[in-house]
Every structure is written in structure tokens, then in C-alpha cells.
Design a protein around this ligand. Structure first.
Ligand code: DOR
Length: 394
């Protein structure tokens, strides 16, 4: 048995927000309350000053397995997740080959079971992520897919997308979308604006996201599908999602830690390390993302953890791959930018990082309660990471 003494329990599922002890037996929470008798525990963790919360859930990670294990694989990805407080992650399907058959899906789920956390898997919407033919979504759901996505690539065929949404709705699974219309991408990875001009790059216009978000909100409304707008980056897109929700569409949005923390200027400082799709945008966009997180328009914080090798990131900006890691820093950025910044309470942060993502993917979170799985995170909210280095400037 494990005892946790004097932790600050913050659990949006049960509504707990108090100092208490926890007694864990095997994989199950046995007791919660003040001044528990922890004498039977084999190990007692002194958690005063720490927060105990339900394990974090990241609905958007790239573990590069199969195809690119030098960037990340399921074991190293899960290790990063554990470091960051995540006990459940949902892997994207843009591997090589893509996760577009039940066999590939099952192989990844089996590998995930060796990690000690819940590694769940989405399936591709289209065969080979080519946007031409839909996968056997029913067979993939039966094999354990938790949702469908061609993340990394937009779906440009509206009729195909409508059918995919109808099938996802019939399966009651989410379909999540990468929203960048190539018509408005002169060059990906950097916002089209002052910084792209300075660097002599064409840049990716916010319009590329806005037009697809508007289109897909309307298809979502027509089909009743549960549609997730992935890694929202543009302020206008946040406003469109807000309006679509008000109209009754089952539209959900993810915000990444990088989009709520940084702006396009980061590209001048961090070069290719700040290259991602969709790109970092302006302070006005970031402010609208913060408003969206605050008023619930943005439902979940998801990292889009997308590792690449140092060699690839060392290439010139236009030739480097897009993507940034996030699993190890997401919670710290949430605490620093959102909680200390007065945007969310700690309980709301845990809500956007655990309860809501779990509910969106039907994971039935039970929270911190006797009889529930001991699926929790302990963290020190006041600890300073990377001492001596400036990692974030308010
Ligand atoms: O920057 C990105 N990198 N955005 C995506 O949507 C995909 C990801 C990747 O797979 O590297």
C-alpha cells in the first residue's frame, strides 16, 4: 500500500479542493480523508505543498511508431508523458505506414500496454492519409480506435469529410481535424506577417485555418458529429468555434501550450525549434486563445507533442520539419501562464488537462474517490524548473 499525506487534492470530477490523505492499495484508491491512518502503508509520500490530481490526459501526441523511431517511439514517448504527469495519451495516426488498418492499430495498442500508462490510438480518416478514400472506420473502431484523424494534413474533399463525420457520428467517436488550407499557405511553419516578411518567407496565413474551421463547423452542425478542431492558433477561429457551439454544433477545440504561451516572435529567437503547423501567431491571437480557454470555447489543452531529430531541426528554416515537443512542459506552462496569469484556477486547469479530454474521448474519468483506479499525478506547483534559464517571459 502507498500513502500520500497532506496533499492538496484538486479534482474537477468529484469537486474536491482540499488538503487530505490518500491510501492506495494495488491499483485502487482505498481511502481519502483528513488524518488517515497510514501506518499500514509500505511507503508514505509526504505531499505537503504538492497537488494531487487525476492523471493528466493528452489527446494529441505523435510517438512516430512505426516509421521514425529515431524521433520518438512508444516507449520513449510514454516516458516523456510520465515525466509530465500524463497517465493517458492519444497517439496520432501519421506514422509510416499510417495507422489505417486494424492490424497496425492493434500492434500499437499492444506496444502501448508495455509502458505503464494508457497509450491509446486514433486511426486515420483516409487510407494512407491521402484524403481520397475513407478507411474501414467501423473495423478500426472495433479494433479499439478512440477517434479518427488525418492530423498533419487537412482533408480537402468536403463530400468525403461529410461521409467521415456521418460514420464517426454513427460510431459515437470524435473526428479531429488539422485545419490549414494549402491555398493560403505560402510556406508552412511561420505565421504570415511581420516575422515571415523579416525572414523573407511567404508564411502561413491565419486565413488558412479560419476558412477550414468555418467550413468544418458547418459540416459538424449538419452531421451532428463530435468534431475536434486541433491545435487552434487563430483568434478568428476561436470566435468561429464559439459561434458554432452557440448554434448547437458538437464542436470542440484544443489549445496547445505553445500557442497559449508564445507568439510569432519566438521564431526569431528559437528558429526551427519554433517552427510548427499551424504556426505561432500574434499576441492578439494568443489573447483570444486565452479568452477561449477561460470561457470554455476551448475545451482541452493538448500538446501536439511532435518530436523531430536534432539533425532535421538543424536544417535551414524552410527545409526543417514542423513540430515541437510538449509532454514534459505542458503542465508547467499551464501553471505558469494560465494559473499564475489569472486565466484559470488550478481546478479549471486540471479540468482542461484531465477531465474534459477524458470525457471527450469517452474514457469515463472517475477522479479521486475510493474504489477508483489510482490514476493520479502529484506535482509541486511552486517548484521552479530550469533554474537560471529564462524559459518564459510574462
Ligand atoms: O507541427 C506539426 N507537426 N504539426 C502537425 O500537425 C504534425 C506534426 C508532426 O507530425 O510533426
Amino acid at each position: 500500500m502507498i500513502g500520500i499525506r497532506n496533499g492538496h487534492l484538486v479534482d474537477p470530477v468529484t469537486g474536491l479542493d482540499e488538503i487530505a490523505d490518500i491510501l492506495i492499495e494495488g491499483n485502487t484508491i482505498r481511502q481519502i480523508g483528513p488524518d488517515l491512518d497510514l501506518s499500514q502503508a509500505d511507503r508514505v509520500i509526504e505531499a505537503s505543498g504538492w497537488i494531487a490530481a487525476p492523471g493528466l490526459v493528452d489527446t494529441h501526441v505523435h510517438f512516430r511508431d512505426p516509421g521514425f523511431p529515431w524521433k520518438e517511439d512508444i516507449l520513449t514517448g510514454a516516458a516523456a508523458a510520465k515525466k509530465g504527469g500524463f497517465t493517458t495519451v492519444i497517439c496520432m495516426a501519421n506514422t509510416s505506414p499510417a495507422i489505417d488498418t486494424p492490424e497496425r492499430l492493434r500492434a500499437n495498442l499492444a506496444r502501448g500496454q508495455q509502458t505503464g500508462i494508457h497509450v491509446l490510438q486514433t486511426a486515420a480518416v483516409s487510407v494512407g492519409l491521402r484524403g481520397e478514400t475513407l478507411t474501414d472506420m467501423e473495423a478500426l473502431a472495433a479494433a479499439g480506435a478512440v477517434g479518427f484523424t488525418d492530423d498533419g494534413i487537412p482533408l480537402m474533399d468536403e463530400a468525403l469529410l461529410r461521409e467521415a463525420m456521418e460514420r464517426a457520428a454513427a460510431l459515437d467517436l470524435p473526428i479531429s481535424l488539422h485545419e490549414e488550407d494549402p491555398a493560403f499557405l505560402a510556406s508552412p511553419g511561420v505565421n504570415q506577417g511581420a516575422v515571415s516578411e523579416h525572414l523573407g518567407l511567404g508564411g502561413a496565413s491565419a486565413l488558412a485555418e479560419d476558412v477550414l474551421v468555418a467550413r468544418d463547423c458547418m459540416i459538424a452542425l449538419a452531421t451532428g458529429a463530435r468534431v475536434v478542431i486541433q491545435h487552434i492558433s487563430s483568434g478568428n477561429s476561436v470566435k468561429v468555434v464559439r459561434a458554432a457551439k452557440a448554434m448547437g454544433a458538437h464542436v470542440y477545440a484544443e489549445a496547445t501550450p505553445h500557442h497559449f504561451t508564445l507568439t510569432e516572435e519566438a521564431v526569431l529567437r528559437y528558429d526551427t525549434l519554433a517552427r510548427m503547423n499551424p504556426p505561432l501567431r500574434t499576441e492578439a491571437d494568443r489573447q483570444e486563445i486565452l479568452r477561449g480557454l477561460q470561457d470554455g470555447t476551448i475545451d482541452v489543452i493538448a500538446t501536439d507533442h511532435a518530436p523531430h531529430s536534432a539533425e532535421e531541426k538543424a536544417r535551414p528554416f524552410a527545409e526543417a520539419p514542423s513540430g515541437i515537443t510538449g509532454l514534459e512542459t505542458s503542465l508547467a506552462l499551464g501553471v505558469t501562464v494560465l494559473v499564475r496569469g489569472g486565466i484559470l484556477t488550478m481546478s479549471e486547469l486540471i479540468d482542461r488537462m484531465s477531465r474534459r479530454p477524458a470525457e471527450l474521448y469517452h474514457l469515463h474519468p472517475q477522479g479521486l474517490t475510493p474504489g477508483a483506479p489510482a490514476d493520479l499525478v502529484l506535482f509541486a506547483p511552486d517548484e521552479t524548473l530550469c533554474e537560471g534559464k529564462i524559459v518564459y517571459e510574462a
